[in-house]
Design a protein around this ligand. Structure first.
Ligand SMILES: [Zn+2]
Length: 243
């Protein structure tokens, strides 16, 4: 049994500590991001469940194809446990879990919403959705100390409904969530400052997470090209509010 575990470990992942952050950043593929953004906003056809489809609509009542696209992407990466939470007739969160090797009970969440108010809606929030998929593609190749749960919420536009359901379940299951990074509308530089807006609040590990993000942005400015702007207290019009 021990040999079997060791074999699985070696087969599925390598120590993330063997990589530098710089190497991970370089692995983020902007071409892949653009392809997924075009597919997810219905600009070009794509393949879902073996069928050629165009994702024309992501409003909550009609986003079943978008939901299956996300699930299929997560499943293609390996090393992730992918589930769907059908919490209501029109509401489905898509959840992919990468279990930590050292502290599996300690959880970080990387999340965003995949529903939209109308057709296309590239910035709100196809940008966050495809970023989460790309982050999962890169990180799932490596062993990690703590568990990461990648979550695509439904019905954010209906009043943060999908994330409220997720948080209620997390509380009921007594999950030890150490941090949450919510990506919403990350593709439009409204102030033309080449900055990353980081919205925080003086609660939990929020400020420590912010400090880490600022450190990464400043250290790897040549690779990432965005300077941090801190908004504290941040706006509450997205799924992070429920956490
Ligand atoms: Zn949004």
């Amino acid at each position: 049994m021990k040999f079997f575990n060791t074999f699985l470990f070696l087969f599925f992942c390598v120590f993330i500590s063997a990589q530098s952050l710089s190497e991970l950043i370089i692995e983020i593929d902007s071409t892949n991001l653009n392809v997924m953004l075009n597919e997810f906003t219905g600009e070009v056809p794509t393949s879902v469940d073996g069928n050629t489809v165009t994702i024309l609509n992501r409003t909550a009542a009609q986003n079943g194809t978008a939901e299956n696209y996300i699930k299929e992407k997560f499943n293609s990466y390996g090393n992730l446990t992918v589930t769907k939470s059908n919490y209501s007739a029109n509401g489905t969160n898509v959840i992919a879990t990468q279990t930590g090797e050292t502290n599996p009970e300690d959880i970080y969440i990387i999340c965003g919403h995949y529903d939209s108010v109308a057709n296309y809606c590239a910035n709100d929030n196809a940008t966050g959705t495809v970023a989460i998929l790309e982050i999962a593609r890169v990180l799932s190749q490596y062993c990690i100390d703590n568990t990461i749960v990648y979550v695509l919420f439904d019905e954010e536009e209906g009043g943060l409904i999908g994330s409220a359901n997720f948080v209620n379940q997390a509380v009921a299951n007594n999950l030890n969530i150490l941090g949450v990074i919510n990506l919403d509308m990350i593709g439009y530089d409204s102030n033309q400052m080449n900055d990353a807006s980081i919205h925080v609040k003086n609660i939990g590990n929020s400020l420590a997470l912010k400090d880490d993000a600022v450190s990464v942005l400043n250290t790897y400015i040549s690779e990432i090209g965005l300077s941090p702007t801190i908004v504290n207290p941040g706006i509450e019009f997205s799924d992070h509010k429920n956490f």
